[in-house]
Design a protein around this ligand. Structure first.
Ligand code: ADP
Length: 546
């Protein structure tokens, strides 16, 4: 028997309508290239989204066009998110930090019809425009006064187009399975792969992200997404924020300027922020050097790579900020797990508490996890056994968009192979030990590079640390620790090994420590072990080199 409830599709249009009607006066504040502090309301944002939908129509964009964006976190990008998706088209956010050849590849692969580009990325696009013949036009996200001179063909000014567009527009009734967003993974192996989000997945993730044991969002919050809008929809915050009617605060091109971030936090009433660990370090350092408070910031979602304990403690002890350690992937829209307490974990003390804080947390309702061995047999959730992490759920991708060649991440039994290695405890708390391709195999046992890095990052003289496996004739692989010292520090390798000796098993201790001025990072701000391994390709461990 079927139920007799209304069949209302889960669409971003529903979230937008709710925001526009029920939170009309809530503010959206942005730093942009042409304004140090632009502010307006939800009502104005969604009125302009209707104008933008008319612009897309008059430009001649097809009904289900992929529309590319190369933009920072700001109000115009927010308007594009909603106007493109809610008019039935696909908002293809492009990471401008990718190499030109990768951008070219994904623009052509997605068959983007139009590209909306921030002033700061115009010259980047000029370099590749000739190789993207399918792009019918470019729109620079600025006003007439700030329009740059450019060689881009068929180029328009965003504000000029909007000024002549009507603000009445009938949003189409969309099916919830309609594609609304497209984001390519950074493609550390092979070409980038497209993840095609639909309205339903975006809505379900927004609901889950807002839950108390996730980001715990409400209309009383000020949300500052530092994670870029070109990376997995800024972790869904522009949707979850509107769902609850929170104030949105966008750092624009200044997302790595800690002084601007601190200004936004204190002056705009930011209560929650989100970003990868590498963006948090400068903010913490800046606050320590200047003695600035980060009030009213209360929560910080940190994910994308493992958050070191030292960072979790610095936020907690110096600023009273609770770090919500999260794990996810582009393929998961991206939220999979968030570390929020249950009564048992909250009661832990001392080192058990520290271990607990390092967990990536429990799965959000709507995401299912399992760990398996090499023969795809389920492994126990005992907090000890380590295996390959597989997921399925309401906002997990079912297949890649027009994948070139064979993919093996999506299994026939409906599970997605994350490529991560982890243990899960009886309460469902996940502890990621490594990416499968980064795990160090020494004498038949696994050493977790993440745990070693975490321990090294706890040393007061260490700014950043990476651990990779290097070949060893007897042990197969041994860990090598690569360290960036804090400015002015004069620490030696031996002292760091001694420090680690008090924190990890003896056979885990790195065989050597190499100091470098900086570590390579990917386009999403993560440590690039691929590049680091390349840089150290000729390195030999002391006992191997003789
Ligand atoms: P890419 O690295 O290609 O940009 P994603 O941004 O989707 O892709 O990265 C997903 C991966 O990032 C996960 O599979 C995992 O290896 C890593 N990751 C994400 N969050 C965490 C975390 N909190 N701790 C450890 N690893 C994490």
């Amino acid at each position: 028997m079927l139920g007799l409830m209304m069949d209302m599709p889960l669409t971003l249009t529903m979230i937008m309508r709710h925001g526009e009607r029920s939170h009309a006066q809530q503010e959206i504040v942005s730093v942009t290239a042409d304004s140090p502090r632009h502010r307006y309301t939800y009502a104005e944002c969604f009125r302009r989204a209707r104008q933008l939908a008319n612009v897309l129509r008059s430009l001649g964009a097809s009904a289900d066009a992929r529309i590319g964006t190369l933009g920072w976190n700001d109000y115009r990008h927010m308007e594009l998110y909603y106007a493109i998706s809610c008019s039935g088209r696909v908002c293809h956010t492009i990471n401008p930090r990718l190499f030109d050849a990768q951008i070219e590849y994904i623009v052509n692969h997605a068959e983007d019809e139009f590209l909306f580009v921030d002033v700061s990325f115009v010259s980047k696009l000029e370099a590749i425009a000739l190789n993207c013949p399918g792009v019918r036009g470019y729109v620079v996200m600025t006003d007439a006064a700030h329009m740059p001179a450019t060689t881009l063909p068929n180029v328009h000014c965003y504000e000029t187009l909007l000024a002549s567009a009507a603000d009445t527009y009938e949003w189409p009734d969309l099916e919830e399975s309609t594609a609304g967003g497209l984001c390519y993974t950074s493609g550390t192996t092979g070409n980038p792969k497209g993840v095609l989000y639909n309205h339903r997945s975006a809505v379900m993730m927004a609901y889950a992200a807002a839950l108390p044991d996730a980001a715990n969002l409400s209309a009383m919050d000020g949300i500052l997404p530092i994670v870029p809008m070109f990376h997995v929809n800024a972790w869904g915050l522009p949707f979850a924020g509107v769902l609850v009617g929170a104030k949105m605060v966008f750092p624009g091109p200044r997302l790595s300027a800690p002084d601007i971030l601190a200004d936004l936090i204190t002056e705009e009433g930011v209560t929650i922020s989100a970003g990868v660990p590498t963006v948090c370090l400068p903010l913490l350092d800046y606050a320590a050097q200047t003695g600035r408070s980060l009030a009213p910031l209360a929560r910080f979602i940190i994910g994308g790579s493992a958050c070191p304990l030292s960072m979790i403690e610095a936020f907690r002890d110096r600023h009273g900020v609770k770090v919500l350690h999260a794990w996810g992937m582009t393929e998961m829209s991206p939220l999979g797990t968030v570390n929020a307490d249950n009564p048992k974990s909250a009661a832990l003390t001392d080192s058990a508490r520290s271990e607990q804080l390092l967990s990536q947390g429990r799965p959000l309702p709507g995401v299912e996890l399992k760990i398996t061995d090499d023969d795809n047999r389920d492994l126990p959730w005992d907090g000890q056994t380590v295996g390959a992490l597989k997921v399925r759920g309401l906002w997990v991708c079912r297949d890649y968009y027009r994948l070139d060649g064979a993919g093996d991440a999506h299994q026939a039994d409906g599970w997605f192979v994350t490529g991560d290695i982890c243990s899960i405890d009886p309460s469902g708390f996940v502890r990621i030990t490594d990416r499968a391709k980064d795990v160090i195999k020494s004498g038949g046992e696994w050493i977790s590079s993440i745990d070693l890095e975490n321990a090294a990052m706890g040393h007061p003289d260490v700014a950043e640390a990476a651990v990779i496996g290097v070949p060893h004739p007897k042990w197969q692989e041994r860990p090598l620790l690569v360290v960036v010292k804090k400015a002015g520090a004069s620490i030696e390798g031996k002292a760091i090994i001694q420090w680690l000796g008090e924190r990890v098993a003896k056979w885990w201790l790195p065989d050597d420590v190499v100091f470098v001025d900086e570590l390579p990072h990917t386009a999403t701000g993560k440590l690039s072990k691929l590049e680091l391994r390349k840089r150290l390709a000729d390195y030999q461990l002391p006992d191997v080199a003789g």
